[in-house]
Design a binder for this molecule. Structure first.
Ligand SMILES: [Zn+2]
Length: 388
């Protein structure tokens, strides 16, 4: 097994909750006769992450003690760092239906076959105002993560999971590597150090530069786009994937860089989500993790460097994975290259810098942003998608 190469998973053991062979068939047969609970898209993402060990050491949806421990001190009751609760919401109506069952079958939609059995260890009241302020630093419903949390049940049901089948996907199938699989690739390629890059956006020159700066000091790069639920106004997953593929075919070294899908849903929890993202990437085998400005942020809820500073609240050895902090970067005409405020001494007018709004406006007009900002191959994909 390559489970501890190149870095041990969080807590030391890579969790695998997926039943196979006869065990899976027996579990499916049992699930058919259990009370059913339909879970939402975000919970299904969490279930998939739990099943494959992306959230090691978690073996199911968290109980009340861990829930409050995470909110209050960013640690599990076993002492390991953990920044965002992973819980299963239960509405009053659901609670009435599943009642005090010891085992519940979880279904991705009404009438669908169960994907997992939850061995229930408890139920508790979700403290939504406390969770909002602790995780999101706001309780405004304009915040998409806060909104999603308030939209889910007022109770939580905790327990360990036995998974019958991973949620079915008909997109990016060849890119859906589990943590055990990315680790196996790293081992096969001999990458002793690997940097992970989280993204929910198309990659323009600035992020390409940051990734390549990081790659200069490690053996391999994992571009790990989040493909679970995002905000409605984020770029569609299929369009983003075409952009990544275009970049990889033209500009990335195949033996040093790879793309794989991160099946998580986006929380937009900024600093806390940066920690959560880093720990998950450690489980995928990354030794280093890129933290940019306003990582996982939305609107103006978080300070520019909050997601970098929060790593200082942990001992480096308790996180294990090494954060690599980056400034925003740009093309500078005087430097005649990419740089950042750390490396370029020139003025704003020498730098190619465009707001997100300006870029969207150009693309929707069928206009490529300057090639110093965006590779033409990427720009053309985005233009085509906006005009479709
Ligand atoms: Zn410069």
């Amino acid at each position: 097994m390559s489970d501890t190469f190149p870095i041990p998973p969080h807590g030391g053991t890579l969790i695998d909750l997926l039943a196979t062979g006869d065990a899976a068939a027996n579990l499916a047969a049992e699930a058919a006769n259990l009370p059913k609970l339909v879970i939402n898209e975000r919970e299904l993402s969490d279930l998939e992450m739990l099943a494959v060990g992306a959230l090691s050491p978690l073996t199911g949806f968290q109980g009340e003690d861990d829930y409050h421990g995470v909110l209050e001190s960013m640690h599990l009751t076993n002492g390991l760092p953990w920044a965002i609760p992973v819980v299963l919401g239960l509405s009053a109506e659901d609670q009435h239906r599943v009642g005090g069952a010891d085992s519940i079958a979880l279904c991705p939609s009404e009438g669908a076959d169960p994907v997992a059995v939850l061995r229930v260890t408890g139920q508790f009241k979700r403290d939504k105002p406390k969770e909002a302020l602790a995780v999101y630093r706001t309780d405004e419903l304009d915040h998409p993560g806060v909104k999603a949390m308030y939209d889910s049940g007022d109770l939580c049901v905790a327990g360990t999971l036995e998974v019958i089948a991973l949620p079915g996907h008909d997109d990016f199938v060849s890119y859906r590597l589990t943590p055990a699989q990315t680790r196996a690739v790293f081992k096969e390629r001999g990458w002793r150090t690997v940097v992970g890059f989280q993204t929910r956006n198309p990659i323009h020159r600035a992020h390409e530069y940051i990734q390549k700066c990081a790659l200069e000091i490690v053996d391999g790069l994992l571009v790990h786009p989040l493909m679970g639920a995002t905000k409605a106004d984020d770029v569609r997953p299929d369009v983003r994937m075409r952009c990544y593929e275009a970049l990889f075919s033209g500009y990335y070294p195949r033996d040093r860089a790879m793309i794989s899908v991160f099946p998580a849903a986006m929380r937009y929890a900024g600093p806390r989500e940066a920690i959560w993202h880093a720990i998950a990437r450690k489980n995928y085998g990354c030794t280093h993790f890129i933290v940019g400005r306003d990582h996982a942020g939305v609107g103006t809820y978080y300070g520019t460097y909050d997601a970098q500073k929060i790593f200082e609240e942990f001992e480096p050895e308790e996180l294990g994975i090494q954060p690599l902090n980056f400034e925003h970067s740009f093309w500078c005409h005087k430097c005649e290259g990419m740089g950042s405020p750390k490396t370029c001494p020139h003025e704003a007018e020498d730098r190619v810098s465009l707001s997100g709004t300006k870029v969207r406006e150009m693309l929707s007009n069928g206009e490529r942003p300057p090639l110093e900002f965006s590779r033409p191959e990427v720009a053309d994909i985005l233009i085509a998608a906006m005009q479709a």
